[in-house]
Design a protein around this ligand. Structure first.
Ligand code: MN
Length: 334
């Protein structure tokens, strides 16, 4: 297969949990036959067995230790220690052996081939669902350059970040994104966040099937759940905390249990690790199992539910699950 050796997908993992996300992301890119290189930037806290798994999935795994680096990032961090992880992400610009890269957060999942993103220029990204005049920094096209890297660090240490993270810095730096060039606006299907599904459900029904990348935005990540590989059900997490589409979550876990878990078992050997994945005893009554994993939510009045919904606490896995919303929606459409 022809491989573009000077173009790469780049991700970042600073913990073993995010490393799991990076493993699933890498597998999803490979499964959709990308012709690009895969690069994982990792922080010093990622354990050795996790690094070994990443090396099996990625072409290159590069340790980024801002504290050790002694470079401009180190100096910038002395001024702004609060922005530590952010500086790690900016290191993507130092990958100058590549002419163009697509950065993808470790909490994204690829649903089809997205190599066409490399036809775009720096800085291309999709709108953020919370403030669409800003781009979301979970998926973006960029050109590695030491010059840009230096400018980013200077801006960062002088002005900080308006949201405390990389997205604030990048939006301040590439500040004409919203108005200058529409070709730098990636369609939303390249960075579909679960939050958006519920804030504009009819649009999701119309366009959601074309989604190419899902982004598990929010505090609760796929790896915070537990998954039963036998019954293919999710369990464990408080239902209120969930703000992602159950089907995308299940796809993430199916990929994890089918292609990542075995690699982790090989590398961890006798060392214990938390996979979050169980295989239940198939002799257990399936109906019984289902009940124990999904205790019925306490009944709420519709007034209470409406209030919770308006406060952003919809019970997406239970009463307000997509299926239920869809049923309700269908009843209006009929
Ligand atoms: Mn993210």
């Amino acid at each position: 297969m022809y491989v573009n050796i000077d173009q790469a997908f780049v991700t970042l993992a600073t913990t073993d949990n995010y490393a799991k996300g990076a493993m699933v992301l890498g597998k999803s890119l490979r499964n959709h036959n990308t012709s690009k290189k895969l690069v994982a930037l990792i922080g010093p806290h990622v354990s050795e067995p996790s690094r070994a798994v990443l090396r099996k999935v990625y072409d290159e795994v590069r340790l980024v230790d801002v504290l050790d680096s002694g470079d401009a990032a180190h100096l910038a961090m002395m001024k702004r220690p609060d922005l530590g992880v952010t500086f790690t992400k900016l290191h993507g610009w130092t990958l100058t052996e590549y002419s163009k890269c697509v950065f993808m957060d470790a909490d994204t999942l690829v649903l089809s081939n997205i190599d066409e993103l490399f036809e775009r220029e720096e800085l291309s990204a999709a709108p953020d669902p919370g403030w669409p005049d800003c781009f979301n920094s979970g998926v973006f096209v960029f050109r590695p350059s030491n010059e840009t890297y230096g400018k980013l660090l200077t801006t960062c240490s002088e002005n900080g970040s308006f949201d405390g993270g990389d997205q604030g810095i990048l939006n301040s730096f590439f500040s004409d994104w919203a108005t200058a060039d529409i070709s730098k606006h990636l369609p939303f299907i390249y960075n579909l966040s679960s939050i958006a599904i519920y804030t504009y459900l009819p649009a999701f029904k119309q366009y959601g099937r074309d989604a190419k990348v899902v982004h598990f935005l929010g505090k609760v990540k796929p790896w915070d759940y537990s998954y039963d590989a036998t019954s293919k059900t999710l369990k464990g997490q408080s239902q209120d905390a969930s703000d992602m589409h159950p089907n995308f979550l299940l796809q993430w876990w199916e990929l994890f249990s089918s292609s990542v878990l075995s690699l982790m078992k090989e590398e961890y050997g006798d060392q214990p690790f938390h996979s979050g994945c169980t295989e239940s005893d198939i002799h257990v009554d399936v109906a019984q199992m289902h009940i124990s994993h999904h205790p019925p939510p306490p009944q709420m009045s519709s007034q209470e539910r409406k209030q919770k919904w308006e406060h952003g606490q919809a019970d997406y896995m239970g009463l307000d699950s997509f299926e239920n919303i869809e049923k309700k929606l269908d009843s209006f459409l009929k």
